[in-house]
Design a protein around this ligand. Structure first.
Ligand code: FBP
Length: 580
Protein backbone atom coordinates (compact mmCIF):
# COMPACT_ATOMS: atom_id res chain seq x y z
CA UNK A 1 0.00 0.00 0.00
CA UNK A 2 1.65 3.18 -1.22
CA UNK A 3 5.12 1.73 -0.63
CA UNK A 4 5.06 2.31 3.14
CA UNK A 5 6.71 -0.03 5.56
CA UNK A 6 6.02 -1.95 8.72
CA UNK A 7 6.01 -0.21 12.07
CA UNK A 8 8.68 -1.56 14.49
CA UNK A 9 7.56 -4.94 15.80
CA UNK A 10 7.50 -3.73 19.39
CA UNK A 11 4.71 -1.29 18.57
CA UNK A 12 1.81 -3.42 17.56
CA UNK A 13 -1.50 -1.78 16.86
CA UNK A 14 -3.83 -1.64 19.80
CA UNK A 15 -7.07 -3.14 18.54
CA UNK A 16 -9.08 -1.55 21.32
CA UNK A 17 -7.84 1.90 20.37
CA UNK A 18 -8.55 1.19 16.72
CA UNK A 19 -12.12 0.16 17.40
CA UNK A 20 -12.65 3.23 19.53
CA UNK A 21 -11.40 5.69 16.96
CA UNK A 22 -12.59 4.03 13.74
CA UNK A 23 -16.19 4.92 14.37
CA UNK A 24 -18.92 5.54 11.86
CA UNK A 25 -17.64 9.14 11.75
CA UNK A 26 -14.52 7.91 10.02
CA UNK A 27 -14.30 8.28 6.24
CA UNK A 28 -13.30 5.43 3.95
CA UNK A 29 -10.10 7.31 3.08
CA UNK A 30 -9.23 7.78 6.73
CA UNK A 31 -9.70 4.06 7.38
CA UNK A 32 -7.42 3.25 4.47
CA UNK A 33 -4.87 5.86 5.55
CA UNK A 34 -4.87 4.46 9.07
CA UNK A 35 -3.15 1.41 7.66
CA UNK A 36 -0.44 3.43 5.87
CA UNK A 37 2.99 2.89 7.37
CA UNK A 38 5.14 5.98 6.73
CA UNK A 39 8.47 5.33 5.07
CA UNK A 40 11.63 6.07 7.06
CA UNK A 41 15.22 6.80 6.02
CA UNK A 42 17.36 3.68 6.18
CA UNK A 43 19.34 4.79 9.24
CA UNK A 44 16.21 5.36 11.31
CA UNK A 45 14.84 1.92 10.49
CA UNK A 46 17.83 0.22 12.06
CA UNK A 47 17.48 -1.60 15.39
CA UNK A 48 20.26 0.51 16.79
CA UNK A 49 20.82 4.14 15.87
CA UNK A 50 23.77 6.35 16.77
CA UNK A 51 24.23 10.07 16.37
CA UNK A 52 27.41 11.17 14.62
CA UNK A 53 28.69 14.58 15.68
CA UNK A 54 30.20 16.84 13.01
CA UNK A 55 32.35 19.94 13.36
CA UNK A 56 31.39 22.84 15.67
CA UNK A 57 29.08 25.38 14.03
CA UNK A 58 28.55 29.13 14.09
CA UNK A 59 25.92 31.48 12.71
CA UNK A 60 26.51 33.32 9.43
CA UNK A 61 26.33 36.76 11.08
CA UNK A 62 26.25 38.42 14.54
CA UNK A 63 28.56 35.71 15.93
CA UNK A 64 29.70 37.58 19.03
CA UNK A 65 26.19 38.81 19.94
CA UNK A 66 24.72 35.33 19.62
CA UNK A 67 27.59 33.76 21.56
CA UNK A 68 26.91 36.19 24.41
CA UNK A 69 23.20 35.40 24.42
CA UNK A 70 23.70 31.61 24.21
CA UNK A 71 26.90 30.88 26.18
CA UNK A 72 25.82 27.31 27.02
CA UNK A 73 24.50 26.16 23.65
CA UNK A 74 26.57 28.18 21.16
CA UNK A 75 28.80 26.40 18.67
CA UNK A 76 27.40 22.89 19.03
CA UNK A 77 28.18 20.44 16.21
CA UNK A 78 25.80 19.35 13.47
CA UNK A 79 24.46 15.84 13.93
CA UNK A 80 23.68 12.98 11.54
CA UNK A 81 21.98 9.71 12.42
CA UNK A 82 23.62 6.48 11.42
CA UNK A 83 22.59 2.84 11.69
CA UNK A 84 24.68 0.49 13.78
CA UNK A 85 24.84 -3.14 12.94
CA UNK A 86 26.91 -4.66 15.74
CA UNK A 87 25.51 -5.30 19.17
CA UNK A 88 28.47 -3.91 21.06
CA UNK A 89 29.07 -0.70 22.90
CA UNK A 90 30.03 1.31 19.84
CA UNK A 91 28.27 4.58 20.38
CA UNK A 92 24.65 3.51 20.01
CA UNK A 93 22.10 5.36 22.12
CA UNK A 94 21.33 3.82 25.47
CA UNK A 95 18.10 2.01 26.23
CA UNK A 96 17.05 3.91 29.38
CA UNK A 97 13.33 4.79 29.12
CA UNK A 98 13.09 8.55 28.59
CA UNK A 99 10.14 10.70 29.58
CA UNK A 100 9.46 13.20 26.84
CA UNK A 101 6.97 16.02 26.31
CA UNK A 102 5.70 17.36 22.99
CA UNK A 103 3.94 20.61 22.09
CA UNK A 104 2.43 21.99 18.88
CA UNK A 105 3.03 25.68 18.36
CA UNK A 106 1.42 28.13 15.92
CA UNK A 107 -0.67 27.49 12.83
CA UNK A 108 -1.76 23.99 11.88
CA UNK A 109 0.26 22.16 9.21
CA UNK A 110 -0.48 18.73 7.69
CA UNK A 111 1.67 16.05 9.29
CA UNK A 112 1.87 17.31 12.87
CA UNK A 113 0.22 14.15 14.18
CA UNK A 114 2.77 12.01 12.33
CA UNK A 115 5.64 13.84 14.04
CA UNK A 116 4.08 12.83 17.35
CA UNK A 117 3.46 9.27 16.11
CA UNK A 118 7.09 8.99 14.93
CA UNK A 119 8.33 10.32 18.26
CA UNK A 120 6.13 7.86 20.15
CA UNK A 121 7.12 4.85 18.03
CA UNK A 122 10.84 5.67 18.23
CA UNK A 123 10.72 6.08 22.02
CA UNK A 124 8.75 2.88 22.51
CA UNK A 125 11.00 0.96 20.11
CA UNK A 126 14.01 2.08 22.16
CA UNK A 127 12.33 1.07 25.40
CA UNK A 128 8.67 0.15 25.88
CA UNK A 129 8.78 1.85 29.30
CA UNK A 130 9.38 5.26 27.67
CA UNK A 131 6.58 7.77 28.19
CA UNK A 132 5.33 10.61 26.01
CA UNK A 133 3.28 13.56 27.30
CA UNK A 134 1.41 16.01 25.11
CA UNK A 135 1.23 19.60 26.39
CA UNK A 136 -2.20 21.01 25.61
CA UNK A 137 -3.07 24.09 23.50
CA UNK A 138 0.44 25.11 22.61
CA UNK A 139 3.27 26.69 24.58
CA UNK A 140 0.71 28.12 27.04
CA UNK A 141 0.10 24.52 28.14
CA UNK A 142 3.81 24.07 28.83
CA UNK A 143 3.86 27.19 31.01
CA UNK A 144 0.73 26.09 32.88
CA UNK A 145 1.86 22.46 33.05
CA UNK A 146 -1.30 21.23 31.31
CA UNK A 147 -0.57 17.88 29.71
CA UNK A 148 -1.86 14.38 29.09
CA UNK A 149 0.00 11.14 28.59
CA UNK A 150 -0.11 9.99 24.97
CA UNK A 151 -0.85 6.30 24.85
CA UNK A 152 -0.97 3.88 21.93
CA UNK A 153 -4.77 4.19 21.93
CA UNK A 154 -4.59 7.94 21.45
CA UNK A 155 -1.76 7.91 18.91
CA UNK A 156 -3.42 5.20 16.81
CA UNK A 157 -6.49 7.37 16.34
CA UNK A 158 -4.46 10.11 14.67
CA UNK A 159 -1.93 8.41 12.40
CA UNK A 160 -1.71 10.06 8.96
CA UNK A 161 -4.47 12.54 9.79
CA UNK A 162 -4.38 16.30 9.28
CA UNK A 163 -4.97 18.86 12.01
CA UNK A 164 -3.46 19.37 15.42
CA UNK A 165 -6.50 18.22 17.39
CA UNK A 166 -4.68 15.43 19.24
CA UNK A 167 -3.27 18.01 21.67
CA UNK A 168 -4.24 21.31 19.98
CA UNK A 169 -2.01 24.30 19.32
CA UNK A 170 -1.58 27.90 20.44
CA UNK A 171 0.46 31.00 19.72
CA UNK A 172 1.74 31.79 23.23
CA UNK A 173 5.41 32.53 23.62
CA UNK A 174 7.66 31.13 26.35
CA UNK A 175 9.68 34.25 26.87
CA UNK A 176 9.18 36.10 30.15
CA UNK A 177 11.48 35.10 33.04
CA UNK A 178 8.47 33.84 35.03
CA UNK A 179 7.38 31.64 32.06
CA UNK A 180 10.82 30.12 31.72
CA UNK A 181 10.93 29.44 35.47
CA UNK A 182 7.44 27.87 35.34
CA UNK A 183 8.55 25.54 32.54
CA UNK A 184 11.64 24.49 34.50
CA UNK A 185 9.53 23.72 37.56
CA UNK A 186 6.97 21.75 35.53
CA UNK A 187 9.66 19.70 33.80
CA UNK A 188 11.36 18.94 37.12
CA UNK A 189 8.06 17.82 38.65
CA UNK A 190 7.34 15.55 35.68
CA UNK A 191 10.95 14.32 35.50
CA UNK A 192 11.07 15.17 31.78
CA UNK A 193 14.20 14.25 29.84
CA UNK A 194 13.16 16.25 26.82
CA UNK A 195 10.58 18.48 25.22
CA UNK A 196 9.94 18.48 21.47
CA UNK A 197 8.62 21.82 20.17
CA UNK A 198 6.87 21.50 16.82
CA UNK A 199 6.75 25.00 15.35
CA UNK A 200 7.99 27.57 12.85
CA UNK A 201 10.93 29.96 12.92
CA UNK A 202 9.73 31.92 15.96
CA UNK A 203 8.86 28.77 17.93
CA UNK A 204 12.20 27.15 17.13
CA UNK A 205 13.91 30.37 18.26
CA UNK A 206 11.91 30.23 21.49
CA UNK A 207 12.91 26.58 21.86
CA UNK A 208 16.56 27.64 21.68
CA UNK A 209 16.00 30.33 24.33
CA UNK A 210 14.38 27.74 26.60
CA UNK A 211 17.20 25.24 25.92
CA UNK A 212 19.81 27.85 26.87
CA UNK A 213 17.92 28.82 30.02
CA UNK A 214 17.53 25.19 31.16
CA UNK A 215 21.22 24.44 30.52
CA UNK A 216 22.22 27.51 32.53
CA UNK A 217 19.93 26.41 35.36
CA UNK A 218 21.34 22.88 35.41
CA UNK A 219 18.06 21.27 34.31
CA UNK A 220 18.30 17.87 32.62
CA UNK A 221 15.46 18.58 30.17
CA UNK A 222 16.64 18.81 26.54
CA UNK A 223 14.73 20.96 24.04
CA UNK A 224 14.44 19.88 20.41
CA UNK A 225 12.57 21.79 17.69
CA UNK A 226 10.85 20.46 14.57
CA UNK A 227 10.42 22.69 11.47
CA UNK A 228 6.71 23.24 10.82
CA UNK A 229 4.77 25.75 8.71
CA UNK A 230 2.73 25.57 5.55
CA UNK A 231 4.32 28.90 4.61
CA UNK A 232 7.55 27.09 3.68
CA UNK A 233 9.70 29.89 5.06
CA UNK A 234 11.62 27.91 7.64
CA UNK A 235 14.30 26.51 5.39
CA UNK A 236 18.01 26.93 4.81
CA UNK A 237 21.00 24.84 3.82
CA UNK A 238 20.32 22.38 6.64
CA UNK A 239 16.51 22.37 6.59
CA UNK A 240 15.27 21.56 3.10
CA UNK A 241 11.59 22.28 3.76
CA UNK A 242 9.20 22.92 6.60
CA UNK A 243 6.57 20.23 6.91
CA UNK A 244 3.04 20.99 5.73
CA UNK A 245 4.17 23.11 2.77
CA UNK A 246 3.98 20.11 0.45
CA UNK A 247 0.38 19.16 1.30
CA UNK A 248 -1.00 22.69 1.59
CA UNK A 249 0.44 23.92 -1.69
CA UNK A 250 -0.67 20.75 -3.51
CA UNK A 251 -4.17 21.14 -2.10
CA UNK A 252 -4.36 24.81 -3.16
CA UNK A 253 -3.00 23.80 -6.59
CA UNK A 254 -5.79 21.28 -6.98
CA UNK A 255 -8.37 23.98 -6.22
CA UNK A 256 -6.69 26.53 -8.52
CA UNK A 257 -6.56 23.93 -11.32
CA UNK A 258 -10.27 23.28 -10.88
CA UNK A 259 -10.97 27.00 -11.11
CA UNK A 260 -8.81 27.24 -14.25
CA UNK A 261 -11.07 24.56 -15.79
CA UNK A 262 -14.13 26.48 -14.71
CA UNK A 263 -12.71 29.66 -16.23
CA UNK A 264 -12.09 28.02 -19.60
CA UNK A 265 -15.55 26.43 -19.47
CA UNK A 266 -17.61 29.49 -18.48
CA UNK A 267 -15.27 31.98 -20.22
CA UNK A 268 -16.73 34.92 -18.31
CA UNK A 269 -15.02 35.39 -14.92
CA UNK A 270 -11.71 36.70 -13.67
CA UNK A 271 -10.85 34.76 -10.49
CA UNK A 272 -8.72 36.61 -7.94
CA UNK A 273 -7.38 34.02 -5.50
CA UNK A 274 -5.51 34.89 -2.32
CA UNK A 275 -3.33 32.13 -0.88
CA UNK A 276 -2.11 31.68 2.65
CA UNK A 277 1.48 32.42 3.51
CA UNK A 278 1.89 35.21 6.02
CA UNK A 279 5.14 36.62 4.79
CA UNK A 280 7.01 34.71 2.11
CA UNK A 281 5.42 33.86 -1.27
CA UNK A 282 6.63 30.24 -1.47
CA UNK A 283 3.08 28.85 -1.49
CA UNK A 284 2.01 31.17 -4.32
CA UNK A 285 5.15 30.44 -6.32
CA UNK A 286 4.72 26.67 -5.92
CA UNK A 287 1.05 26.92 -6.95
CA UNK A 288 2.05 29.03 -9.98
CA UNK A 289 4.57 26.40 -11.03
CA UNK A 290 1.94 23.69 -10.59
CA UNK A 291 -0.96 25.42 -12.39
CA UNK A 292 0.36 28.23 -14.69
CA UNK A 293 -2.14 30.99 -13.83
CA UNK A 294 -2.34 34.16 -15.95
CA UNK A 295 -0.99 36.31 -13.12
CA UNK A 296 0.92 35.35 -9.98
CA UNK A 297 2.15 38.19 -7.78
CA UNK A 298 5.32 37.40 -5.87
CA UNK A 299 5.71 39.76 -2.91
CA UNK A 300 9.50 39.58 -2.83
CA UNK A 301 9.66 40.84 -6.44
CA UNK A 302 7.17 43.62 -5.70
CA UNK A 303 9.41 44.68 -2.84
CA UNK A 304 12.60 44.46 -4.88
CA UNK A 305 11.09 46.66 -7.58
CA UNK A 306 9.70 49.03 -4.95
CA UNK A 307 6.31 48.87 -6.71
CA UNK A 308 3.47 51.01 -5.41
CA UNK A 309 -0.06 49.66 -5.08
CA UNK A 310 -0.95 51.68 -8.19
CA UNK A 311 1.82 50.00 -10.18
CA UNK A 312 0.64 46.55 -9.07
CA UNK A 313 -2.91 47.45 -10.14
CA UNK A 314 -1.67 48.79 -13.51
CA UNK A 315 0.22 45.54 -14.12
CA UNK A 316 -2.91 43.48 -13.48
CA UNK A 317 -5.16 45.77 -15.53
CA UNK A 318 -2.76 45.59 -18.48
CA UNK A 319 -2.98 41.78 -18.58
CA UNK A 320 -6.77 41.87 -18.21
CA UNK A 321 -6.93 44.27 -21.20
CA UNK A 322 -4.52 42.26 -23.36
CA UNK A 323 -6.46 39.08 -22.73
CA UNK A 324 -9.68 40.88 -23.50
CA UNK A 325 -8.23 42.08 -26.81
CA UNK A 326 -7.42 38.43 -27.53
CA UNK A 327 -11.11 37.61 -26.92
CA UNK A 328 -10.55 36.23 -23.40
CA UNK A 329 -12.57 38.06 -20.75
CA UNK A 330 -11.59 35.52 -18.13
CA UNK A 331 -8.48 34.63 -16.23
CA UNK A 332 -6.80 33.54 -13.02
CA UNK A 333 -4.75 35.67 -10.65
CA UNK A 334 -3.08 34.33 -7.53
CA UNK A 335 -1.74 36.58 -4.78
CA UNK A 336 0.04 35.76 -1.51
CA UNK A 337 -1.65 37.01 1.63
CA UNK A 338 1.66 38.60 2.65
CA UNK A 339 1.63 41.04 -0.29
CA UNK A 340 0.58 44.18 1.67
CA UNK A 341 3.69 43.99 3.85
CA UNK A 342 5.93 43.99 0.75
CA UNK A 343 4.44 47.05 -0.93
CA UNK A 344 6.85 49.70 0.38
CA UNK A 345 4.17 52.31 1.14
CA UNK A 346 2.07 49.77 3.12
CA UNK A 347 5.15 48.33 4.81
CA UNK A 348 6.14 51.85 5.95
CA UNK A 349 2.59 52.34 7.25
CA UNK A 350 2.68 49.00 9.15
CA UNK A 351 6.04 49.93 10.70
CA UNK A 352 4.70 53.32 11.81
CA UNK A 353 1.58 51.66 13.22
CA UNK A 354 3.73 49.12 15.12
CA UNK A 355 5.70 51.97 16.62
CA UNK A 356 2.49 53.77 17.68
CA UNK A 357 0.98 50.54 19.05
CA UNK A 358 4.15 50.10 21.08
CA UNK A 359 3.05 53.00 23.29
CA UNK A 360 -0.67 53.58 22.59
CA UNK A 361 -2.03 50.06 22.02
CA UNK A 362 -4.44 49.95 24.97
CA UNK A 363 -5.58 53.54 24.43
CA UNK A 364 -6.30 52.91 20.72
CA UNK A 365 -8.22 49.69 21.35
CA UNK A 366 -10.23 51.32 24.12
CA UNK A 367 -11.49 54.06 21.79
CA UNK A 368 -15.22 53.55 21.19
CA UNK A 369 -15.26 53.33 17.39
CA UNK A 370 -13.30 53.15 14.20
CA UNK A 371 -13.55 56.84 13.28
CA UNK A 372 -12.03 57.87 16.64
CA UNK A 373 -9.20 55.41 16.09
CA UNK A 374 -8.54 56.91 12.66
CA UNK A 375 -8.65 60.43 14.11
CA UNK A 376 -6.09 59.52 16.76
CA UNK A 377 -3.81 57.76 14.26
CA UNK A 378 -3.93 60.75 11.92
CA UNK A 379 -2.31 62.83 14.64
CA UNK A 380 0.55 60.31 14.90
CA UNK A 381 1.18 58.97 11.39
CA UNK A 382 3.35 60.76 8.83
CA UNK A 383 1.32 62.57 6.16
CA UNK A 384 2.15 59.95 3.55
CA UNK A 385 1.23 56.99 5.77
CA UNK A 386 -1.97 58.73 6.89
CA UNK A 387 -2.93 59.07 3.21
CA UNK A 388 -2.15 55.38 2.51
CA UNK A 389 -4.12 54.36 5.62
CA UNK A 390 -7.10 56.45 4.55
CA UNK A 391 -6.98 54.83 1.11
CA UNK A 392 -7.55 51.30 2.54
CA UNK A 393 -10.97 49.71 3.18
CA UNK A 394 -12.20 50.00 6.78
CA UNK A 395 -11.80 46.24 7.43
CA UNK A 396 -8.16 46.36 6.34
CA UNK A 397 -7.57 49.48 8.48
CA UNK A 398 -8.83 47.59 11.55
CA UNK A 399 -6.75 44.45 10.84
CA UNK A 400 -3.60 46.57 10.55
CA UNK A 401 -4.13 47.58 14.20
CA UNK A 402 -3.88 43.96 15.42
CA UNK A 403 -0.67 42.10 16.31
CA UNK A 404 -0.14 38.48 17.41
CA UNK A 405 2.16 37.49 20.27
CA UNK A 406 5.12 37.49 17.86
CA UNK A 407 4.34 41.05 16.66
CA UNK A 408 2.91 39.90 13.29
CA UNK A 409 -0.09 41.55 11.59
CA UNK A 410 -2.82 38.87 11.10
CA UNK A 411 -2.69 39.21 7.32
CA UNK A 412 -4.97 36.21 6.76
CA UNK A 413 -7.75 38.65 7.71
CA UNK A 414 -6.88 41.29 5.07
CA UNK A 415 -8.92 40.75 1.91
CA UNK A 416 -6.16 41.73 -0.52
CA UNK A 417 -7.94 39.97 -3.41
CA UNK A 418 -10.97 42.26 -2.95
CA UNK A 419 -8.77 45.33 -2.59
CA UNK A 420 -7.13 44.48 -5.95
CA UNK A 421 -10.51 43.79 -7.57
CA UNK A 422 -11.80 47.16 -6.36
CA UNK A 423 -8.76 49.05 -7.60
CA UNK A 424 -8.75 47.34 -11.03
CA UNK A 425 -12.52 48.00 -11.34
CA UNK A 426 -11.95 51.67 -10.38
CA UNK A 427 -9.34 51.94 -13.10
CA UNK A 428 -11.66 50.52 -15.76
CA UNK A 429 -14.50 52.79 -14.59
CA UNK A 430 -12.19 55.79 -14.86
CA UNK A 431 -11.29 54.72 -18.41
CA UNK A 432 -14.96 54.54 -19.33
CA UNK A 433 -15.48 57.96 -17.71
CA UNK A 434 -12.81 59.34 -20.05
CA UNK A 435 -14.62 57.74 -22.97
CA UNK A 436 -11.94 55.04 -23.45
CA UNK A 437 -12.84 51.46 -24.14
CA UNK A 438 -12.50 49.27 -21.03
CA UNK A 439 -12.52 45.46 -21.01
CA UNK A 440 -15.45 43.44 -19.77
CA UNK A 441 -14.37 42.58 -16.21
CA UNK A 442 -16.45 40.21 -14.03
CA UNK A 443 -14.26 39.37 -11.05
CA UNK A 444 -14.79 36.73 -8.34
CA UNK A 445 -12.80 36.70 -5.10
CA UNK A 446 -11.50 33.56 -3.32
CA UNK A 447 -9.31 32.90 -0.32
CA UNK A 448 -7.65 29.49 0.05
CA UNK A 449 -6.13 29.34 3.50
CA UNK A 450 -7.47 27.37 6.40
CA UNK A 451 -8.80 24.58 4.14
CA UNK A 452 -5.21 23.65 3.25
CA UNK A 453 -3.74 23.67 6.73
CA UNK A 454 -5.47 20.58 8.05
CA UNK A 455 -5.65 18.37 4.96
CA UNK A 456 -4.62 14.76 5.44
CA UNK A 457 -0.85 14.86 4.87
CA UNK A 458 0.47 13.85 1.44
CA UNK A 459 2.71 10.78 1.42
CA UNK A 460 5.66 13.18 1.35
CA UNK A 461 4.54 15.01 4.49
CA UNK A 462 3.37 11.80 6.19
CA UNK A 463 6.81 10.21 5.65
CA UNK A 464 8.79 13.40 6.34
CA UNK A 465 6.93 14.12 9.59
CA UNK A 466 7.18 10.57 10.85
CA UNK A 467 10.94 10.72 10.13
CA UNK A 468 11.23 14.07 11.93
CA UNK A 469 9.51 12.56 14.98
CA UNK A 470 11.95 9.63 14.89
CA UNK A 471 14.91 11.99 14.53
CA UNK A 472 13.71 14.19 17.42
CA UNK A 473 13.48 11.09 19.64
CA UNK A 474 17.09 10.15 18.87
CA UNK A 475 18.29 13.70 19.61
CA UNK A 476 16.59 13.59 23.02
CA UNK A 477 17.96 10.11 23.70
CA UNK A 478 21.43 11.44 22.89
CA UNK A 479 20.97 14.19 25.50
CA UNK A 480 21.31 16.97 22.91
CA UNK A 481 19.58 20.30 23.42
CA UNK A 482 19.00 23.47 21.40
CA UNK A 483 18.69 21.54 18.11
CA UNK A 484 16.14 21.46 15.29
CA UNK A 485 15.56 17.97 13.89
CA UNK A 486 16.09 17.71 10.14
CA UNK A 487 15.85 15.34 7.20
CA UNK A 488 17.92 15.92 4.08
CA UNK A 489 18.23 14.53 0.55
CA UNK A 490 14.46 14.60 0.23
CA UNK A 491 14.19 14.69 -3.55
CA UNK A 492 15.56 11.12 -3.48
CA UNK A 493 13.48 8.10 -2.42
CA UNK A 494 12.92 8.11 1.36
CA UNK A 495 15.28 5.14 1.66
CA UNK A 496 18.11 7.61 0.91
CA UNK A 497 16.93 10.43 3.17
CA UNK A 498 19.41 11.48 5.85
CA UNK A 499 18.15 12.43 9.31
CA UNK A 500 19.97 14.60 11.79
CA UNK A 501 19.88 17.79 13.81
CA UNK A 502 21.02 21.38 13.36
CA UNK A 503 22.03 23.56 16.35
CA UNK A 504 19.54 26.43 16.44
CA UNK A 505 22.28 28.98 17.23
CA UNK A 506 23.74 28.20 13.80
CA UNK A 507 20.53 29.50 12.15
CA UNK A 508 20.17 32.67 14.23
CA UNK A 509 20.74 36.28 13.33
CA UNK A 510 19.84 39.49 15.12
CA UNK A 511 16.78 41.39 13.92
CA UNK A 512 14.85 44.41 15.07
CA UNK A 513 11.45 43.35 16.40
CA UNK A 514 9.12 45.94 17.98
CA UNK A 515 12.10 48.31 18.37
CA UNK A 516 14.30 45.66 20.13
CA UNK A 517 17.29 43.77 18.74
CA UNK A 518 16.48 40.08 19.23
CA UNK A 519 17.93 36.77 18.05
CA UNK A 520 15.68 35.02 15.50
CA UNK A 521 15.95 32.32 12.88
CA UNK A 522 16.17 34.10 9.54
CA UNK A 523 12.89 33.72 7.65
CA UNK A 524 13.52 32.34 4.16
CA UNK A 525 11.84 34.56 1.56
CA UNK A 526 11.57 33.66 -2.11
CA UNK A 527 15.03 33.96 -3.65
CA UNK A 528 14.60 35.95 -6.87
CA UNK A 529 17.85 34.42 -8.18
CA UNK A 530 16.74 30.91 -7.23
CA UNK A 531 15.66 28.25 -9.73
CA UNK A 532 11.92 28.17 -8.74
CA UNK A 533 11.46 31.91 -9.33
CA UNK A 534 13.57 31.87 -12.49
CA UNK A 535 11.42 29.03 -13.88
CA UNK A 536 8.29 31.07 -13.17
CA UNK A 537 9.73 34.33 -14.56
CA UNK A 538 10.81 32.62 -17.78
CA UNK A 539 7.27 31.46 -18.48
CA UNK A 540 4.90 34.01 -17.00
CA UNK A 541 4.53 36.19 -20.12
CA UNK A 542 3.31 33.21 -22.08
CA UNK A 543 1.03 32.07 -19.23
CA UNK A 544 -0.44 35.61 -19.03
CA UNK A 545 -1.96 35.61 -22.50
CA UNK A 546 -2.19 31.99 -23.61
CA UNK A 547 -4.19 29.47 -21.63
CA UNK A 548 -1.40 27.19 -20.43
CA UNK A 549 -3.28 26.01 -17.34
CA UNK A 550 -2.27 22.72 -15.70
CA UNK A 551 -4.80 20.75 -13.64
CA UNK A 552 -2.91 18.87 -10.89
CA UNK A 553 -6.03 17.18 -9.45
CA UNK A 554 -6.33 15.94 -5.87
CA UNK A 555 -3.42 14.66 -3.81
CA UNK A 556 -3.07 10.91 -4.43
CA UNK A 557 -2.27 8.54 -1.61
CA UNK A 558 -2.38 5.20 -3.42
CA UNK A 559 -0.68 4.57 -6.74
CA UNK A 560 2.68 4.94 -8.48
CA UNK A 561 5.40 6.80 -6.53
CA UNK A 562 5.85 9.43 -9.27
CA UNK A 563 2.23 10.46 -8.61
CA UNK A 564 2.03 9.86 -4.85
CA UNK A 565 5.48 10.57 -3.43
CA UNK A 566 6.84 13.44 -5.56
CA UNK A 567 8.14 16.44 -3.60
CA UNK A 568 7.09 19.99 -4.47
CA UNK A 569 8.42 21.56 -7.67
CA UNK A 570 10.08 24.18 -5.46
CA UNK A 571 12.19 21.53 -3.73
CA UNK A 572 12.93 19.74 -7.01
CA UNK A 573 14.10 22.96 -8.70
CA UNK A 574 16.11 24.04 -5.66
CA UNK A 575 17.93 20.72 -5.79
CA UNK A 576 18.63 21.15 -9.50
CA UNK A 577 16.24 18.44 -10.60
CA UNK A 578 14.30 20.53 -13.15
CA UNK A 579 10.57 21.10 -13.51
CA UNK A 580 8.17 18.22 -13.98
P1 FBP B 1 2.68 29.40 11.27
O1 FBP B 1 3.71 30.35 10.76
O2 FBP B 1 2.46 29.45 12.72
O3 FBP B 1 2.94 28.01 10.76
O4 FBP B 1 1.28 29.82 10.66
C1 FBP B 1 1.09 29.93 9.32
C2 FBP B 1 -0.26 30.48 8.96
O5 FBP B 1 -1.08 29.47 8.45
C3 FBP B 1 -0.12 31.63 7.98
O6 FBP B 1 -0.04 31.15 6.66
C4 FBP B 1 -1.31 32.46 8.29
O7 FBP B 1 -1.12 33.80 7.96
C5 FBP B 1 -1.46 32.31 9.77
O8 FBP B 1 -0.93 31.06 10.09
C6 FBP B 1 -2.88 32.42 10.24
O9 FBP B 1 -2.86 32.43 11.63
P2 FBP B 1 -4.10 32.12 12.54
O10 FBP B 1 -4.27 30.64 12.57
O11 FBP B 1 -3.71 32.64 13.87
O12 FBP B 1 -5.29 32.79 11.93
Amino acid sequence: MGGGQARPASITRNQKGKNQTMSRNTSALQKARDAYRPKLPKALRADRVAVKLGAPTEPATHKEDIKKLFPNTYGQPEVKMVALRQAQDDGSLGSAPPKVGVVLSGGQAPGGHNVIAGLFDALKAANPQSRLFGFLKGPGGVIKGKHKELTAEIIDGYRNTGGFDMIMSGRDKIEKPEDLAACKANFAEMGLDGLVVIGGDDSNTNAAVLAEYLRAEGSKTCIIGVPKTIDGDMKNEQIEASFGFDTASKLYSELIGNICRDATSAVKYWHFIRLMGRSASHVTLECALQTHPNIALISEEVQQKGSTLKEVVDYIADIVMRRSQAGKDYGILIVPEGLPEFIPEIKALIDELSEILGTDEDYIHDLPDHSERVQHLNTKLSDHSARVYGFLPVEAQEVLLKRDSHGNVPLSQVETERLLIDRVSDKFRAMEGRGEEAPKFSPLAHFFGYEGRCAPPSNFDADYCYSLGFAAAQLVRAGLTGYTANVQNMTRPSEEWVAGGTPVTMMLNIENRKGKAVPVIRKALVDLDGAPFRQFAANRDQWAIEDCYVFPGPIQYFGPPEVCDAPTMTLGLEKGEGAR
